[in-house]
Write a protein that binds this ligand. Structure first.
Ligand SMILES: [Zn+2]
Length: 140
């Protein structure tokens, strides 16, 4: 049963890293209501527990009529992964709980995550643990 569940999980099914497109749900400029234009696209590798490892191809939008220079990023991607990071919020939460609630050592967390198709080093676990504490402080 456990093997079947593991083999039908999303990360297992997408062993070849899929490319997932993301763009803002907003189509019009909030100021002048003109259609937003594509500013650029950028791709980053993202690791999450929910989806495993994938390439997120993000399309950034901007109004070319206003001078505000506001970039409209993909909201959905920002909910999955902190900006500037490659590890999802779910990985950060997993690391934080493992270190501080279950008192696992960094190497043990590396192994637990590897079993869930997320590969990272012990030093990255330490870094994400610190991030978890910061997010927790900000949330309170
Ligand atoms: Zn505008």
């Amino acid at each position: 049963m456990e093997k079947m569940a593991r083999e039908s999980s999303v990360p297992y099914l997408f062993r070849e890293r899929p490319i997932l497109p993301f763009r803002s749900a907003r189509a019009d400029c909030p100021d002048c209501h003109a259609a937003l234009k594509v500013k650029k696209t950028q791709t980053k590798t993202v690791h999450t527990l929910a989806l495993g490892c994938f390439s997120a191809q993000e399309t950034l939008l901007q109004c070319d009529r206003c001078d505000n220079q506001i970039i409209h990023a993909a909201e959905e991607l920002n909910r999955l992964v902190p900006s500037g990071s490659t590890f999802g919020y779910d990985v950060v939460t997993f690391v934080g709980k493992a270190l501080f609630l279950r008192h696992r050592r960094a190497n043990e967390v590396v192994e637990e995550l590897r079993a869930r198709h997320v590969r990272l080093s012990a030093s990255e676990v330490g870094y994400l643990g610190k991030k978890f504490v910061i997010y927790l402080a900000l949330a309170q």
